[in-house]
Design a protein around this ligand. Structure first.
Ligand SMILES: Cc1cc2nc3c(=O)[nH]c(=O)nc-3n(C[C@H](O)[C@H](O)[C@H](O)COP(=O)(O)OP(=O)(O)OC[C@H]3O[C@@H](n4cnc5c(N)ncnc54)[C@H](O)[C@@H]3O)c2cc1C
Length: 508
């Protein structure tokens, strides 16, 4: 067993949350080790080329049948999901911080332990550091006006057609805020429309992923060490309330290592974070760390959503490019709060570009996505099957998730509104693409919910695991309610708040 020096902090995961935490702690002078199981991916890599190497999970299909093909990742690499994301950077809405009036009676309490005003400065920090573009002040539900952001991107041909259709229905389309530079920004060039951004590691640096914006610029700092190909296996407690070290597995060699640190920050994505706490059983925590109340892993939220493709009667007014352009340039929040939608809470409608090049060049094809929060349910959970092991000899990861019937009704309502929009844009045929969110999702939240009452939460509002002195969660696992917009900006703002609280909590 190899041992290292004792770091001030060990951050597990280098994605949206871990990248932010590491950047804050390193800037504060802490000696930081980032443990990342993935590798560096060169610019120009497609996500689908990496996926076959990712571990799978046991999961349920939409019909409830078990399969071994669950996907417990956003992406596993330095930078995590942000390396491949589309850069959509929306803030949660005020209602998302307390949706109590809008959830099903059998849902877990959805209220966050703090409101939007508390998170606002942390959103500001992330937007400034990543280089997020403005919505032009046109998003009617944005909780505070955009300030100091990069100019909005030009609408795509499809975005312009959707926006015109939306306006004809009295809706308020707006430019989607993106962490994709619309003009040169720091060392980053303006985006030159190489691809659709999503599922692709940007080679130019125009996309504000956490590797390019936060970690790479710190790579020469003596107080940051990033270890790749190293899987966090188990946090080892040496007494009640205290983690002494992290057991790791070097994936290339199968060698075991132990990492020692004063603080441990788990930011591995809401599924893997819960799995790590559950694997960390000991005499001091027989059911896993932070799990005395059987809450770790529960409340898994993966959102409900669906893409719709429309065939138009006429060509788009402007021909779409066969390649390049952004994945999404236009969004609408008109049905976010909608009393006709079951529970009164609808969701977001956003343009999505076809990824297939032939479809992309098709001037009669429009595509959009309906996206909504899902109910936080105790029964929807990450758990471990200790009777079966995976390729590393670890207990099998299980995603036990079924969509709530009310969420399927809400989605049907939003789909109807989206179909009306597509019809107004000239659609003669609309096809709903299959839903597969139960097998995994890029939108992961809720498995180590934060709250003030240890009986109803795993972590306190600063991310500290209740009852633990040196263990903190920093990713979407903390979110008691996911909200209905894409999550990365909020996950990063929460991570920034957690990291600032660590720095302010005193000597490292
Ligand atoms: C194709 C795609 C497009 C997307 N587009 C958008 C978008 O436009 N806007 C948006 O808001 N969101 C988007 N998302 C989602 C977004 O990427 C995630 O919400 C975000 O990255 C989650 O942040 P995280 O820090 O929780 O986890 P991640 O970013 O997934 O990072 C977790 C990291 O931890 C590592 N890890 C996990 N377990 C271990 C372990 N045991 N030991 C060591 N390391 C470990 C993983 O390898 C990974 O690198 C997209 C996702 C994908 C895949």
């Amino acid at each position: 067993m190899v041992r290292h020096r004792q770091y001030d902090a060990c951050v597990i995961g280098s994605g949206a949350a871990g990248g932010v935490v590491a950047a804050v702690l390193v800037a504060a002078g802490w000696d930081v080790l980032v443990v990342e199981q993935g590798e560096h991916v060169p610019g120009g890599t497609y996500l689908h080329d990496l996926i076959p190497g990712f571990e799978t999970a046991r999961a349920r299909t939409l019909e409830g049948e078990w399969t071994e093909e669950g996907y417990p990742w956003t992406a596993s690499c330095v930078g995590g999901g942000t390396r491949f994301y589309a850069g959509v950077s929306l803030r949660l809405r005020e209602v998302d911080f307390d949706a109590s009036a809008h959830v099903a009676p059998d849902a877990l309490p959805p209220a966050w332990p703090f409101g939007y005003a508390e998170l606002r400065p942390h959103y500001d920090w992330v937007e400034r550091r990543l280089g997020v573009t403005s919505d032009g002040g046109l998003d009617p539900h944005r909780p505070s006006p955009p300030h100091g952001l990069l100019p909005a991107h030009r609408q795509s041909a499809r975005g312009a057609a959707l926006a015109a259709a939306g306006r004809s229905l009295g809706m308020s389309p707006f430019p989607m805020p993106l962490a994709v530079a619309s003009r040169s920004f720091g060392d980053a060039p303006a985006c030159t429309d190489l691809t659709t951004c999503t599922d692709y590691a940007c080679p130019s640096g125009a996309k504000g992923d956490v590797y390019r914006r936060l970690l790479e610029p710190l790579s020469a700092e003596p107080n940051l060490t990033v270890r790749t190909g190293l899987k966090a296996v188990r946090l080892v407690a040496d007494r009640a309330g205290h983690v002494r070290e992290l057991e790791c597995l070097e994936l290339g060699t199968g060698r075991r290592e132990s990492v020692s640190a004063r603080r441990f920050v788990v930011a591995a994505n809401a599924i893997q974070t819960a799995a790590l706490l559950l694997r960390s059983r000991s005499e001091f925590a027989p059911d896993g760390l932070g799990n005395a109340g059987d809450l770790v892993g529960r409340g898994l939220c993966m959102k409900v959503g669906q893409n719709l493709t429309a065939r138009l009667a006429h060509d788009l007014p402007e021909p779409p490019p066969a390649s390049g352009g952004r994945y999404v340039t236009v969004a609408m929040t008109d049905h976010y709060l909608d009393e006709d939608c079951p529970t009164g809470l609808g969701g977001l409608i956003l343009e999505t570009a076809p990824l297939d090049p032939a479809e992309r060049a098709d001037p009669r094809l429009l595509r959009l996505e309906c996206l909504m929060a899902d109910q936080p349910m105790a029964a929807n959970r990450v758990r471990l099957d200790w009777s079966t092991t995976d390729g590393h000899g670890l207990p099998r990861l299980v995603l036990d998730y079924r969509p709530h019937p009310v969420d399927l009704e809400r989605l049907a309502y939003l789909r109807k509104r989206a179909e009306e929009l597509l019809t107004a844009a000239g659609a003669v045929e609309v096809t709903a693409e299959p839903m597969d969110c139960t097998l995994g999702s890029g939108h992961l939240h809720g498995t180590c919910r934060m709250g003030t009452d240890p009986r109803g939460s795993v972590c306190d509002p600063a991310g500290r695991v209740h009852g633990m002195r040196n263990l903190v969660v920093a990713d979407g696992a903390l979110m008691p309610y996911p909200g209905g917009v894409n999550p990365a900006l909020t996950i990063q703002a929460v991570a920034h708040r957690v990291a600032r609280s660590l720095v302010e909590s005193g000597p490292r």
